[in-house]
Design a protein around this ligand. Structure first.
Ligand code: C2G
Length: 130
């Protein structure tokens, strides 16, 4: 049983998020997703997400490729989350390339190419100019 873990806010869920999760799942048997809390998103991006952590977790939990979801409270606790969930591989989009290499001592670390031309920020801007 190879367990894959990934992390993200997944706010205003879009096809870039979906493809990342599907490709992460394809690297193992189970995909575990750490959904960033509203507060962590504020710390990372200086704004609160459109959808709450409970709404975002509910959406991610409903996906066929996802086995389980938990809340990610801190970027610094990755090693604890990896060990708690018995993950064999940490997957992130390549906007995070190099940022999590230090966890290579507890599991494999893989960065996947991001889907081009789509993001939560661009989607919010598109909607607000409609
Ligand atoms: N993603 C992607 N293609 C896009 C947009 C996002 O592949 N066009 C990927 C990101 O690279 C990330 C995942 O989808 O791996 C979730 O993206 P975000 O919600 O933006 O995640 P972020 O807020 O960067 O949180 O501990 C790390 C984090 O909490 C990452």
């Amino acid at each position: 049983m190879r367990r894959v873990i990934t992390f993200g806010t997944f706010d205003v869920f879009h096809v870039g998020h979906l493809r990342l999760l599907q490709r992460a799942k394809a690297l193992g048997d189970e995909l575990i997703v750490g959904v960033s809390t509203d507060r962590l998103n504020f710390e990372k991006k200086n704004r609160y997400p459109v959808f709450t952590q409970l709404e975002r977790s509910e959406i991610i939990s409903a996906l066929k490729c996802v086995s389980s979801v938990f809340l990610e409270f801190s970027l610094e606790d990755k090693e604890k989350y990896i060990l708690e969930h018995g993950a064999d591989v940490l997957v992130m989009g390549d906007d995070w390339r190099g940022r999590f290499d230090q966890y290579g001592n507890v599991c494999d670390v893989v960065y996947l190419e991001r889907t081009p031309s789509i993001s939560t920020t661009a989607t919010i801007e598109k909607i607000s100019f409609m």
